[in-house]
Design a protein around this ligand. Structure first.
Ligand code: PHE
Length: 342
């Protein structure tokens, strides 16, 4: 067989093989079998040594030309195979975005947080700024500036967690009103939410750690009617237009006059039920006109400005809002309880 026929039969055989094969690896093996060191075409090139010097150039040319054709054929097939492999890979890895699947278990907001958000959004809607203060507080802000002198019963070690003689865990959020009066000029309109601490035994209505929201308004000509109007607006917004507030005289050292505020029972809407012990009213907060002594100590002239303050127990209104009977449920983190608030 002459060189030309030899080349042609190698090419033809390879061409057939290339049609059958369907991956890149097999193709590279076929390439080696023809063009590799021990390949059939390479062997043909080597055998040229046996030819006479006159025959060699023509034979060399033929073999080189054959090599190029074969290379081109291999490369063309390689391109096709690579494209096909890519397609298969894409098919294999395709994601079906419409396939239904298990959703991750999402957490839920705590009921106390839900009510806090409601109250703060109602208060900010009435023009209050939200201000926070330290939980570990100086005696000076927690008591002294609020007209609770050294011998006041509210400072009793049975109520207050003392860190040392001058530092306490704040027993209410009222120190934030003192801090704000000292740092801002009136008019002031702030809501101060936060944790407070009292040395109480845990039971269905008490916890040594709980939350309050303090409200404070200082401006010219602020009076008790503004206080009543603000609280009315707040609770109507939170619980509905049929809810009313009722003031009862009370005492706080930092307000004068002071009042306890009752709300139409949000469970029976005033008819009388177990939650309101048949009275139709529930007690929700303490409030009053800021004591002129407090204004003076905090650098505000009581002849020029007046103000009111109120302190809401957040746990209390959360329990009322959702009909929760035992405060401990709010702290225990039991999922069966928490998952009900979506
Ligand atoms: N700080 C009072 C308390 O903890 C609540 C209160 C705040 C009363 C503001 C009047 C005015 O009981």
């Amino acid at each position: 067989m002459g060189i030309r026929e030899n080349i042609e039969s190698i090419r033809a055989e390879l061409e057939q093989e290339l049609q059958r094969l369907d991956d890149v690896k097999q193709l590279e093996e076929a390439r080696q079998r023809v063009l590799g060191k021990k390949g059939s075409l390479t062997a043909l090139l080597r055998s040229m040594g046996q030819l006479s010097p006159e025959e060699r150039p023509a034979a060399g040319q033929m073999i080189n030309a054959g090599r190029e054709r074969i290379s081109a054929m291999l490369d063309e097939r390689l391109t096709t195979l690579k494209a096909r492999e890519r397609e298969r890979k894409l098919e294999r890895e395709a994601l079906d975005v419409t396939e239904p699947r298990d959703l991750p278990r999402l957490g839920v907001a705590h009921p106390t947080s839900l009510v806090l958000d409601e109250v703060l959004s109602a208060l900010t809607g009435l023009g209050f700024d939200v201000v926070e203060g330290p939980e570990i507080e100086l005696d000076h802000y927690n008591f002294e500036l609020l007209n609770l002198p050294k011998n006041h019963p509210a400072r009793d070690a049975q109520d207050t967690f003392y860190v040392d003689d001058n530092i306490v865990l704040r027993t209410h959020t009222s120190p934030v009103q003192a801090r704000t009066m000292l740092s801002r000029k009136p008019p002031i309109r702030i809501a101060c939410p936060g944790r407070v601490f009292r040395a109480d035994e845990v039971d269905a209505t008490h916890s040594p750690v709980f939350h309050q929201i303090e409200g404070l308004v200082i401006d010219k000509d602020v009076n008790m009617g503004d206080l009543k109007g603000t609280l009315d607006a707040l609770f109507k917004r939170l619980y509905g237009d049929d809810i009313e507030t009722r003031f009862r005289p009370s005492f706080f050292p930092f307000t004068e006059p002071s009042a306890e505020v009752d709300l139409t029972c949000i469970s029976c809407r005033g008819k009388g039920c177990r939650m309101c012990k048949g009275t139709g009213w529930i007690e929700v907060l303490g409030c009053g006109m800021v004591n002129p002594k407090v204004l003076t100590m905090c650098g505000i002239d009581p002849n020029e400005y007046t103000g009111f303050a109120f302190g809401i127990g957040l746990e209390r209104i959360t329990m009322l809002r959702y009909g929760i009977k035992d405060m401990r449920l709010l702290y225990e983190g039991d999922e069966r309880f928490l998952r009900q608030f979506r």
